[in-house]
Design a protein around this ligand. Sequence first.
Ligand SMILES: [Zn+2]
Length: 286
Amino acid sequence: MRITEHIHALRMPFHVEDPFGQKIPRFVYVYIICGEQICLIDSGTKSSEKEIFGYLQRLGQRPDAISLLVLTHSHPDHIGAAKVVQRESGCMVAAHAAEREWIEDVDLQCEKRPIPGFHSLVEGSVRVDCVLQENDTVKVGDGLDLKVLHTPGHSLGSISLFSEQEGALFSADAIPIVGEMPIWEDPAASIQSIEKLFALDGIQVLLSAWDDPREGEDAYRKMEEGKRYLQSIHETVLRVGADTDLDLMELSKRVVKELGLPEAMANPLTARTFQSSLRSGTTAKR
Ligand SMILES: [Zn+2]
């Protein structure tokens, strides 16, 4: 799907398993930026390269036209096909320093942040050639620059990218989606990151990894909603956690129930999120 003159969005469906072995349908967006060079933002899960290369072919481009793959962070649905995309295209791979270790060693990531079916989502490790940090500029050619914004919280080295020329903000997983699984490592940093993105002038289209494109005022509204959603979950975790000495999974079940979220959301990933909220205490309350 073409979003702006230079930007294309690919919605990539995949499945994750809940703790009961049930498959839960999810999706992630991969973005293709066609300037003089082609830049990909994230790679999708394992085997997504077929979809990406097929799309490029329809644009009259070959895989080796991809010169850069920017990984917004190290989670499986973003790096899953990175190894094959890099191998087939010969592109450079870029990411924030804080994500590098888990991109370059996916077994280590799986050990430290286990999720069911990890290896069915990720092809393998890939080397990071280029380390990105706050205020860097990624030049795609055709006068198209992407400004790098460090937006930690969802993960320590999560980055967003902003194209002022096209008013396009690539927010990856920085903005929680109301009703979806809450995932963060640091709720206070997450809130600050959402506020930082909200303060950007001239966002015409919000291109999240886990939401459809949102235009104009809707973009800013999604950021506010995401922030409120995060805060309400965080406060519920603190309240439930203060009243009881439940173990983490029991606490997760209680929180999920109180928030009216699907039971399957009481899983190891949300438990990890709730644990980070308990650790950070009241610092994320505003
Ligand atoms: Zn993520």
